[in-house]
Design a protein around this ligand. Structure first.
Ligand SMILES: [Zn+2]
Ligand SMILES: [Zn+2]
Length: 305
């Protein structure tokens, strides 16, 4: 088995011994959201954002529960997937989704989310979504998939984004991981979306390898450490963390593009979740932004913060 030792560079914790990690790991939708719900609940205790994290835990539980009995998602056919692959494009095209494919998922999420405890603003937003015409809902889906969520209707779009995460995770889970190819820096090989964060894993056979976590479908893709996950630069990479913290979540800053993406050291704390812990470490975002860096990753649950 070939072994590769990654040098520490400017990150003193970045020594990893990697033996041929897989290029991509597809999501397991029936585990992804229930584990995330547990994580959000655990993080909520004593946290400044406690009520919001508990709401997100309940929403992740809804994301989990609505899958039971949900119709099979309609996959792009084999010829279209092969064509995409030959052009270095992802097999799932987030720019060209017919709403009817995701409509049942969104319908179920809207009904199930009615039961969860939430603020007046979140209740009002859900009511507006319930009353929205199919055309209006289609427009909101397009907004989320175009990364163009309007601030004035942010709360409604959070529910839509949650439904699309379920839909795309179910689509991605039905792909063949071995058929995925790199489609460019900062883009998921399954659906083309930006990462939410990146994780250093403790998996057997890939211990110390880094994976970017897709913000939409949840696919993980292997990515070299000490390299900007957005622009691919290896120069001017730095790491920041909150003083006195556990040292398991850092921001990888890039002087080439001026952005940062968080790195979660899951090999030190297996409970870390690329989406949940991204939200719970908002303090790190504030610190890094004060240094002039922009957030380069995407997390629908952090918009507005
Ligand atoms: Zn993806
Ligand atoms: Zn960069």
């Amino acid at each position: 088995m070939p072994r590769q030792i990654i040098s520490a560079g400017s990150d003193p914790t970045a020594i990893g011994e990697v033996s041929a990690p897989p290029f991509a790991r597809l999501p397991e939708p029936m585990l992804l959201f229930c584990r995330r719900a547990e994580r959000w609940n655990a993080l909520a205790a004593g946290h400044d954002l406690g009520p919001y994290l508990r709401f997100l835990a309940a929403l992740a539980d809804v994301q989990h529960r609505i899958q039971e009995g949900l119709a099979e998602p309609e996959m792009p056919d084999a010829a279209a997937r092969e064509r995409a692959r030959s052009f270095g494009m992802p097999p799932l095209d987030r720019g060209n989704l017919a709403l009817d494919r995701a409509a049942e998922t969104l319908d179920r999420l809207v009904v199930a989310a009615s039961e969860i405890k939430k603020t007046v603003a979140a209740t009002d937003a859900l009511d507006r979504l319930k009353q929205a015409t199919p055309a209006k809902r289609a427009g909101m889906v397009r907004n989320v998939l175009a990364d163009a969520i309007p601030m004035e209707a942010l709360a409604e779009h959070i529910y839509v984004a949650a439904a699309l995460q379920v839909h795309f995770a179910r689509l991605a889970a039905r792909l063949d991981a071995r058929a995925l190819v790199p489609v460019g820096d900062g883009a998921c090989p399954a659906c083309g979306s930006p990462p939410t964060s990146s994780i250093i894993v403790g998996w057997q056979g890939a211990h110390g390898a880094r994976f970017c976590a897709c913000s939409l479908c949840g696919t993980l893709w292997n990515y070299v450490r000490i390299k900007c996950t957005l622009c691919g630069s290896t120069k001017g990479i730095g790491y920041q963390e909150i003083d006195g913290g556990p040292g398991t979540v850092k921001a990888e800053t890039c002087d080439s593009c001026g952005c940062y993406v968080k790195v979660l050291h899951q090999h030190k704390d297996p409970g870390l979740d690329p989406v949940a812990d991204d939200v719970a470490t908002l303090g790190l975002d504030i610190l890094v932004r004060e240094g002039g860096y922009r957030r380069g990753s995407f997390n629908p649950f952090l918009i507005g913060y």
